[in-house]
Ligand binder design. Structure first.
Ligand SMILES: Nc1nc2c([nH]c(=O)n2[C@@H]2O[C@H](COP(=O)(O)OP(=O)(O)OP(=O)(O)O)[C@@H](O)[C@H]2O)c(=O)[nH]1
Length: 128
C-alpha cells in the first residue's frame, strides 16, 4: 500500500485550538488540522509553514511536536506528523476549506474529525 507523508498543525491561541473542515475530495466535510503533504527535500516544519500560508494565508511559528500518527486508510497508509503552532502574522482565511472553528478542549469532541485525528485529539486532551 502506498504511504502518504503529511504534516498537520494544531494552531493554539490560549485555550482554543483551530480545526478546519475539508471542502473537497474523498474526505470532504471531515474535520482536520490544516496541513498537507511533504514535498521532496522539505522538513516537516518547512512543509507546515508553506501549507498554512497556502491554505490560510497566515505566517506561523512551529512549536512543540505532538505525535506522528500511523493510520491505515482503505486506499493508503498515512504517516502524519503533528505540531502545535502559533500564528505569527495574519488572520486565517479559508482559501481551501469550507469551514473552520476555534474549539476549546471540551468542544474538540463536537466536530467529526477524520479517523487519523482521533489519536491527536486524545493527546491534546492529555496535555492540557
Ligand atoms: N492536512 C491534514 N490531512 C489529514 C489530516 N488527517 C488525515 O487523515 N489527513 C489526510 O491526509 C491526506 C493528505 O492531506 P492533503 O491536505 O495534502 O490532501 P489533498 O489530497 O487534499 O492535497 P492535494 O489536493 O494538495 O493533493 C489526506 O488524505 C487527508 O485526508 C489532518 O488532520 N490534516
Amino acid at each position: 500500500m502506498k504511504t502518504i507523508e503529511v504534516v498537520a498543525g494544531v494552531i493554539r491561541d490560549g485555550e482554543k485550538f483551530f480545526a478546519t473542515q475539508r471542502g473537497y475530495g474523498e474526505f470532504k466535510d471531515g474535520w482536520e488540522f490544516p496541513g498537507g503533504k511533504l514535498e521532496p527535500g522539505e522538513t516537516p516544519e518547512e512543509a507546515l509553514v508553506r501549507e498554512l500560508k497556502e491554505e490560510l494565508a497566515i505566517d506561523i511559528l512551529v512549536k512543540d511536536f505532538i505525535c506522528t500518527v500511523e493510520y491505515d486508510y482503505p486506499k493508503f497508509h498515512l504517516t502524519m506528523h503533528c505540531f502545535y503552532c502559533e500564528i505569527q502574522r495574519g488572520t486565517p482565511q479559508l482559501l481551501e476549506h469550507e469551514n473552520a472553528k476555534w474549539l476549546s478542549l471540551a468542544e474538540l469532541n463536537s466536530v467529526n474529525f477524520l479517523p487519523a485525528d482521533v489519536e491527536v485529539v486524545k493527546k491534546i486532551k492529555r496535555e492540557f
